[in-house]
Design a protein around this ligand. Structure first.
Ligand code: AVJ
Length: 327
């Protein structure tokens, strides 16, 4: 697929920064004790959850992945031209790094730094990238990018610019307030003159969004319910998956998808030796996915001193890829 223009063998290093901070157990026990029970979406991505997410990306109703991919196939070249040579490319939530291949192929970054919470997905993606791009230097980081993070150095490669690539509308998992704080952290990483390339899902008709998060085949339901299976397996839980249902809807007023796991009955569940009661209809809030118009996202990024360089959308205006520069 690609002709290597760089010569020499790349170096791949792995770092794991997951140890610090609250564990899965801490977050689940604290989240289930809240009046509105809730568990952070980053815990969807165990090995099975990462595979289910990849299956979601192929669903007919889930337009974001293929739409962003089409935008990048068309426009990665002109986005990369804004970055220039000797760029260090940092990616948050890199997953399978499929869209990133288009960037790497055209940019030939001096260093690629994928940051991903799912170690199995990260290792598979880096193995694949090293095969495709044997010249590529990689500092692969297993970490929660929702927390402050210092990225490992890589000595001896030229770096003229840093670019954070944040595709997949993953930024939608943050509230706008959290997103502003996250972007301020990105601004610190790239420095003045650094770039942000972000894939952001656009606001659109409720019917389209509802279907994208509640597909006919029930894969998204399986993805959501897998969180309970993971709790059972890793935390000694006794959730009966049949006694909960997937619930997802677009809240037009808040401009966001909400996903919940709804208890179908009055029931009692145990996790790590603790007891939790559910009323019928009571939910565990598992995810938000905020949607932004081009103008709304620009205003949000401006709070972190990023200004718009270019925005690329698809013909149907489903999805936007923003290229922004830190001032
Ligand atoms: C990976 C957070 C971008 O919000 O669209 C897909 C996750 N959840 N279907 C999204 C997801 C249900 C996805 N992000």
């Amino acid at each position: 697929m690609t002709t290597p223009r760089r010569s020499g063998a790349g170096v791949v290093r792995y770092y794991n920064f997951l140890g610090a901070g609250p564990s899965f157990r801490d977050d689940v026990l604290a989240g289930l004790a809240l009046p509105q029970k809730s568990i952070p979406p980053k815990y969807f991505y165990d090995e099975h959850g990462s595979k289910l997410f990849e299956a979601i990306c192929e669903l007919p109703e889930y337009y974001p992945t293929r739409t962003e991919m089409a935008i990048m196939e068309r426009h990665a070249g002109d986005i990369v031209r804004l970055l220039g040579p000797d760029t260090q490319l940092v990616e948050f939530g890199s997953g399978a790094s499929v869209k990133t291949r288009l960037m790497i192929d055209r940019l030939e970054p001096s260093l690629y730094v994928p940051v991903e919470i799912a170690e199995s997905a990260l290792r598979a993606a880096c193995g694949d990238l090293a095969r495709r791009f044997p010249w590529l230097n990689i500092n692969a980081v297993v970490a929660d990018f929702g927390r402050p993070l210092r990225l490992p150095e890589f000595m001896g490669v030229p770096i003229r610019r840093k670019c954070v690539y944040f595709p997949g509308s993953t930024i939608g998992n943050f509230t706008p307030q959290e997103a502003a704080a996250f972007l301020a952290g990105v601004r610190e990483i790239v420095g003045s003159g650094g770039m942000l390339v972000a894939g952001v899902d656009l606001k659109k008709a409720k019917g389209v969004l509802d279907a994208a998060y509640d597909d006919a085949q029930g894969i998204t339901a399986e993805f959501n319910l897998n969180l309970l299976a993971r709790i059972n397996r890793e935390l000694g839980g006794d959730f009966q998956l049949k006694r909960f249902r997937h619930k997802a809807f677009y809240d037009e007023a808040r401009g966001r998808i909400e996903m919940h796991l709804e208890s179908l009955y009055q029931q009692r569940v145990h996790v790590a030796g603790r007891r939790f009661e559910f009323r019928p209809g009571e939910t565990i809030h598992t995810e938000i996915s905020c949607k932004y118009t081009v103008e709304e996202f620009r205003a949000l990024a401006a709070t972190a001193r990023f200004h718009a360089e270019a925005v690329r959308t698809d013909p149907a205006n489903l999805f936007a890829v923003h290229a922004m520069m830190a001032v």
